[in-house]
Design a protein around this ligand. Structure first.
Ligand SMILES: [Zn+2]
Length: 304
């Protein structure tokens, strides 16, 4: 049987796909009296996926729009994001919101509330299409459109990126470096950040893990197993997993700085019953001395 090149994987495949890696200066620059950085990220896309034919659950098999799914996604814009911002504000913690450019174009006032509340606005592509399905010209256009849309709404050029569904590719990184991006938070393959060296420059890889969408909504699969995938898990189940992640990293942080990265979506964790888990996780983290709720940009600034 002939195997396609894309179906093989070996010890050098990661580097061949993404680039060579190099350590950062994070440990040298780590702030005193800080042990553990908690990185809360909220991927914000709203209902834009419903504009895309055959995307996961947004369309029925006959090609018609699945309005229930579309409305569940719209909940993010109408209510979920507001609840997340309220909870973060109540505890005075900062977070990062990788946001789709088209979501910012559709709902500029809703998205503008994110930087106005002091959080970091980053970029989550323009239309939430998988980057690995685009040729180089298309993904350059995607990066440029997304960057311009987020800049329009915030007034600041974004420096951070997360690919839709973690679909970063080598050519995506080249386009991001060209567009002036400093970091890409799409990497569940290490505890600490690392540089990815490309022919046209380098970009910082930040850890992304414990994804609420996988943990709450998806059946166990090859991807979701590491993140505790469980079909319609309860908030107690997910909170317990997040706490376990935190507790182990906090213990290890006595010897070396650690980062506890929790990836969420306002449409998922912004539902009232699931916001309970987020609030209790924040309370748990704040009860520990030396915990710092950092934005991705703040963390990236320590890595240079
Ligand atoms: Zn996404």
């Amino acid at each position: 049987m002939t195997m396609l090149a894309s179906e093989t994987w070996g010890p050098h495949s990661w580097e061949e796909t993404f680039g060579t890696t190099a350590p950062t200066r994070l440990l040298d620059n780590w702030p005193q009296r800080t042990r553990l950085a908690v990185l809360l990220t909220f991927d914000t896309q709203g209902d834009i996926d419903a504009a895309r034919p055959n995307y996961q659950t947004t369309m029925r098999r006959d090609g018609s729009i699945n309005y229930v799914d579309q409305m569940e996604r719209q909940y993010e814009i109408k209510a979920g994001l507001k609840r997340i911002l309220r909870i973060l504000g109540e505890y005075g913690v900062k977070a990062t919101f990788p946001t789709c450019g088209s979501t910012a174009d559709w709902y500029p006032d809703v998205i503008r509330a994110i930087p106005e509340a002091g959080h970091e606005l980053a970029v989550h592509s323009y239309a939430h299409w998988p980057m690995h399905q685009m040729d180089e010209a298309a993904l350059r256009e995607e990066v440029d459109r997304a960057t311009a849309a987020i800049e329009r709404v915030s007034g600041e050029r974004p420096r951070g990126w997360r690919s839709p569904q973690y679909t970063t590719t080598g050519p995506t990184l080249d386009a991001l470096i060209e567009a002036g991006y400093q970091w890409d938070a799409s990497y569940p393959n290490d505890d600490l950040p690392f540089w990815i060296e490309r022919p046209n420059g380098r970009i910082l890889a930040l850890p992304s893990c414990m994804d609420d969408s996988n943990m709450y909504l998806m059946p166990v699969s090859s991807y979701t197993t590491h993140a505790g995938g469980n079909f319609y898990a309860s908030p107690q189940h997910v909170l317990n997993s997040w706490r376990c992640e935190f507790d182990v990293l906090y213990k290890e942080s006595a010897d070396e700085p650690r980062i506890c990265s929790i990836t969420m979506h306002p449409r998922v964790s912004g539902r009232p019953f699931r916001s309970w888990a987020l609030e209790h996780f924040i309370q748990h983290a704040l009860a520990h001395p030396g915990v710092w709720f950092a934005t991705c940009g703040e963390l990236a600034a320590l890595c240079v």
